[in-house]
Write a new protein. Structure first.
Length: 407
C-alpha cells in the first residue's frame, strides 16, 4: 500500500513539472528549446584583384617662367623725348618704344658725310700726283723716292675714304638707336623712364621689360633618385611612354583649379644640384588666354608612363602590422579570413600598387574588416566605391541562413 502511494505522488509531481514547463515556455518565448543560435557570418565588401594598366603620375612644385624675356636698355646717351607705348600692352617685334633727342646724332652724321666727301676729293688730287711723278721718275726727272711717296699718298687717300665711310655708318647707327624698338614681341611691363629722363648706354637698369607669354615654361625640381628610377623602369620595359617618349604634364594652379590645357616635357637639366640633389625639369605649356604668368607657383603633375599588369588595392584595404609592414585581409575559397603580408611600391589615386603578396583573383577585404580575426567566416559582396552596402544577412551560406531562420 505504501509503495502505490509513493508512485502516485511521483506521477503527480511529474505532471505538475510538465505543466509548469509548458507555461514557462509560453511566457519565455522558447528558452527551453536548446542552446542559443550562432550569429551569422559578417558581411564584408571585397575587391577582386585583377591585372590592369595604370598611368603613373608624380606631382611636384614648379614655377612659371616666360618663354622669352627682353630687358630694354638704351644704346646711346640722351634725353627721352617720347614714350610710344602703353604699359601692359602687347607689342610687336621692331615696334618703336622710346624716342631720344637725336639732334647731336644728326650733327654727327652730317660731319661724317663731310669727312667722306673730303676724303673722296683728296683721292683725285693724290691719284693724279702719283701718275705724274711716276712719269717723271721714268725719265729720271725726279727721284724714285718722291714717286714712291706720291703713290703712298694716293693709297692713303683711298684708305681715308674707307675710314670716313665707316665713321658715317657708325653715326647713322647711333642716330637710328635714338628710336628704341622692341627686340621681341610680347607683353610689355611698366616703364621706368619718363619723358625728360636722361638715359645712358652703360646704365644697368632697364627702361622696361618685354615678356613672351604664349607659350610659357614651368621649371620643376625633381629628385635625381626619382629620375634615375624612372629611367631604369623605362629601360627595363616596366613603363611605356607614348608620343615619341615625351612625357605629358598637367598643372594645378594656386587656387586648386586644374589648368585646362596639357603641356609636355621640354628637357631635363644636364646636371644635378649638389646642394639639394635635385634636377630641374622644364615643361612647356600653351597659354593663349594669358592665364599663366611668370613667377606663379603651380603643382605640376608629371605623367611618367603606363605600367601594364599592375595589381591595385584600395588604400583603405591596406593596414600595417606591429612592425609597420603592409598587410591585407583576403577571403579564401572557404569564405574565411586570411591575413596576408604584401609589398607595395607607390600610390596612384586612392589605390596602392601591390608588387608582391597577391595574385590575380584574390579577394581583398576593403569594408567591414573591423573586429575580424583570421579564420573568421564572412559573407563577401563586391565592393563599389560610393555604393550603399546591400542590406540583410548572408544569402550564400546555407548554414548561416538556417541558423537565422531557426532563431
Amino acid at each position: 500500500m505504501g509503495y502505490r502511494s509513493s508512485a502516485a505522488l511521483a506521477a503527480t509531481l511529474v505532471l505538475a513539472a510538465c505543466g509548469g514547463g509548458e507555461g514557462g515556455n509560453a511566457q519565455g518565448g522558447g528558452a527551453g528549446e536548446g542552446a542559443p543560435a550562432a550569429p551569422p557570418p559578417a558581411r564584408v565588401g571585397v575587391v577582386t584583384v585583377q591585372p590592369q594598366s595604370v598611368t603613373l603620375t608624380t606631382e611636384l612644385p614648379g614655377r612659371l617662367a616666360a618663354f622669352e624675356t627682353s630687358e630694354v636698355r638704351p644704346q646711346v646717351n640722351g634725353i627721352v623725348l617720347q614714350r610710344l607705348f602703353t604699359e601692359g600692352d602687347q607689342v610687336g617685334k621692331g615696334q618703336a618704344l622710346y624716342r631720344i633727342d637725336s639732334a647731336p646724332y644728326q650733327a654727327a652724321v652730317a660731319n661724317a658725310r663731310a669727312g667722306v666727301a673730303r676724303a673722296r676729293a683728296a683721292i683725285s688730287s693724290s691719284t693724279n700726283l702719283a701718275r705724274r711723278y711716276g712719269e717723271l721718275s721714268r725719265v729720271n726727272a725726279i727721284s724714285r723716292q718722291e714717286a714712291e711717296n706720291a703713290q703712298t699718298g694716293a693709297a692713303q687717300a683711298q684708305a681715308d675714304v674707307s675710314a670716313q665711310s665707316a665713321a658715317l655708318r657708325t653715326a647713322q647707327i647711333d642716330l637710328a638707336r635714338t628710336t628704341i624698338r622692341a627686340p621681341i614681341a610680347g607683353r610689355i611691363g611698366r616703364s621706368v623712364a619718363t619723358t625728360g629722363a636722361l638715359v645712358t648706354a652703360s646704365q644697368t637698369d632697364p627702361l622696361t621689360t618685354i615678356q613672351r607669354l604664349d607659350p610659357v615654361y614651368v621649371d620643376i625640381s625633381q629628385s635625381s633618385a626619382d629620375i634615375l628610377r624612372l629611367r631604369q623602369q623605362i629601360l627595363a620595359g616596366q613603363l611605356s611612354r607614348g608620343g615619341g617618349g615625351a612625357a605629358r604634364v598637367r598643372l594645378r594652379l594656386e587656387d586648386g583649379s586644374v589648368y585646362p590645357l596639357e603641356g609636355r616635357l621640354q628637357f631635363a637639366d644636364v646636371s644635378v644640384d649638389p646642394a639639394t640633389g635635385a634636377q630641374v625639369i622644364r615643361a612647356i605649356f600653351p597659354n593663349p588666354q594669358r592665364l599663366l604668368l611668370p613667377g606663379m607657383y603651380v603643382r605640376a603633375e608629371l605623367v611618367e608612363g603606363t605600367q601594364n599588369g599592375a595589381l591595385l588595392v584600395p588604400q583603405r584595404g591596406v593596414s600595417r602590422d606591429e612592425r609597420g609592414n603592409p598587410t591585407v585581409m583576403v577571403v579564401g575559397a572557404d569564405n574565411r579570413v586570411k591575413v596576408r603580408p604584401v609589398q607595395t611600391s607607390r600610390t596612384t589615386g586612392a589605390n596602392w600598387i601591390v608588387t608582391g603578396g597577391l595574385k590575380p583573383g584574390d579577394r581583398v577585404i576593403v569594408e567591414g574588416a573591423m573586429m575580424l580575426r583570421p579564420g573568421a567566416a564572412v559573407n563577401p559582396y563586391p565592393f563599389r566605391e560610393g555604393a550603399t552596402p546591400p542590406a540583410g544577412q548572408a544569402q550564400g551560406r546555407p548554414g548561416g541562413q538556417a541558423q537565422g531562420q531557426a532563431k
